[in-house]
Design a binder for this molecule. Sequence first.
Ligand code: F6P
Length: 319
Amino acid sequence: MKRIAVLTTGGDAPGMNAAIRAVVRYATNKNIEVMGVFRGWWGLINEELKLFNHRSVSGIINQGGTILKTQRCLEFRTAEGQRRAYETIKKYSIEGLIIIGGNGSFTAGHEFYKKYKVPCIGIAASIDNDINGIDVTIGSDTAINTALAAIDNIRDTATSMERIFVVEVMGRESGYIALEVALAAGCEDVIIPEKQFDLSAMCHEIVNGNIKGKISWIIVVAEGAGKAEEIARQISEHTGLETRAVVLGHIQRGGRPTAASRIIALNLGEAAVECLLNGQTDKAVGIAKGEIVTVDFEFAIKKKDLRVDRLYNLIKVLT
Ligand code: F6P
């Protein structure tokens, strides 16, 4: 293999830059050329790519986001978009693709491989940690720590002013961030898409707690399970207690990657290049049970069972 390309697609995740660095440095040290593709699939469709060298990835290991930029590219879902991407791959003699991204990125990579047989290896990067068969993705640890720092701050004011807070965290289809951060921040309750939620039972508990002198509560809600503003309004209406809503939003996607996110990224960057060199394709690399594993794209994109019960119940029993 003489030349490969690397791209980041879908939502960015802190640690993507560390993964790009590992891919570029490891491959170039093995005398394989690496082209950096800009803005994900869009860059392949529109021929926005350039040859990277050792220096192209200097000073990025500590930066959030992605120097390659990223987007959710609707055009790549069309046959014409895929055909144009393939033309670019042929034109630049690219023999393998490394796709750094999450679920949507691997779905697209799988479709593209089936059609054009360009060897594709994915690197699991997503703050949602929603890749099936993979325990930890690049960026999830950073996102949890960012949300944790914010909720720790909220607790100061919640306790001081004896208020209830509903804090919305990211996770359209996944309660992963909500669960981890609610546990680590000692929150009183959590609302996630994977579990039924009974607002009147929660309000009842809040009122009972209030009678016994427990005044401030922090409830974490995953964005896919409800809107903080609306839940806060209902709690306030049912309990008569002062309730505020905070939406953490995209601050969870940015920031300096933690050591854990970087170390996973650097390991997976090397592993992805090795996979391509060993003739593997249509697979994602990730970490499971502390080891680097490869998972078929077809399996990786299936709905991940987060086994939420243990953490969910732990949050409840520790309240
Ligand atoms: O990348 C995953 C994620 O951050 C989800 O948690 C969130 O629902 C979604 O992306 C937001 O996407 P966008 O930035 O495109 O609105």
